[in-house]
Design a protein around this ligand. Structure first.
Ligand code: ADP
Length: 263
């Protein structure tokens, strides 16, 4: 258990001493530490691609007569690193917005069939024919933020593709659960061992850094999922075994179901 740090003032009061707790520093220190960690991690993540880009720019300046083929290869690597930085900044801005009280959730009708079909098409592009997919939409339409839910579901589905080797299978199910509608994203991929599961939604937490980077991961996807679900009063469940695959389940409250008009 962490030691609690309370700031107390001792104030004399009618010949007795009265202790007044003015501030619980434990929570604010924890938030401060998280903020520092986030900035340190984000700076490190941005510095790596920038170092690569600067390195190739220096080569281009020092060796203007480089052959076409080498130049093209360098430009390709710089472009990839540029995209990496762009993805990272995009995810950081999304997370900041999701946490901001200035951006209250604006619920609107969400057409689940249309959203999941279009996410499936995106996943097929990402997979480039290397996986087989199935989609079953049996659940109801809901209310929520289209943009936020799309981004959460997209992160789960693209993770399923990115962490499943070629030849694997990805199943997407939208169904009525016991307590409300739920999205199940099931893959036959590399899986996750038990000790990592509780930390997956931490910012920049990765089981395997190099695999995450190879597949354009920012390390912020599941943190975004967590925050979107918090705002929608939903939850995320993970079941996984290394080498056998993973099942990510998003549960949304029954209250989010769009009421069907009775005639
Ligand atoms: P990343 O951008 O690294 O994928 P995420 O926040 O989306 O970041 O996920 C955090 C980590 O959780 C990943 O780096 C990966 O190790 C693990 N992970 C997420 N989804 C899956 C999955 N479907 N199968 C195996 N591992 C996964």
């Amino acid at each position: 258990l962490r030691e609690r740090k309370l700031i107390v003032q001792i104030i004399p009061f009618e010949n007795r001493r009265q202790i007044l707790v003015t501030h619980d520093a434990t929570e604010s220190e924890r938030i401060d530490m998280m903020r520092r960690d986030f900035i340190a991690n984000a700076s490190h993540e941005l510095r790596t691609p920038l170092t690569v880009i600067n390195g190739f720019l220096e080569i281009a300046q020092a060796q203007p007569d480089l052959d076409q083929k080498t130049r093209a290869a360098h430009l390709q690597l710089m472009t990839e690193q540029g995209h990496r930085m762009q993805n990272l900044i995009g995810d950081m801005l999304t997370l900041t917005r999701l946490e901001s009280i200035d951006y209250p959730l604006r619920p609107e009708p969400v057409d689940m069939q249309a959203m999941l079909r279009s996410l499936l098409q995106e996943a097929e592009v990402l997979s480039a024919g290397k996986h087989s997919f199935s989609l079953a939409v049996d659940g109801p339409d809901i209310t929520g933020s289209n943009d936020e839910l799309r981004s959460a579901f997209s992160n789960l589905i693209s993770n399923a593709v990115r962490y499943t080797p070629a030849g694997g299978k990805i199943q997407i199910l939208w169904q009525n659960g016991r307590a409300g509608p739920q999205l199940v994203v099931k893959d036959s991929g590399i899986g996750i061992s038990a000790e990592h599961i509780s930390r997956l939604t931490e910012r920049f937490y990765r089981v395997d850094k190099s695999r995450s980077r190879e597949t354009q991961g920012t390390g912020l996807g599941l943190a975004i999922v967590k925050h979107v679900l918090l705002r929608h009063h939903g939850s995320l469940g993970v079941e996984s075994r290394p080498g056998e695959g993973s099942v990510f389940t998003v549960k949304l409250p029954a209250a989010s179901v769009v009421a069907v008009a009775k005639d």
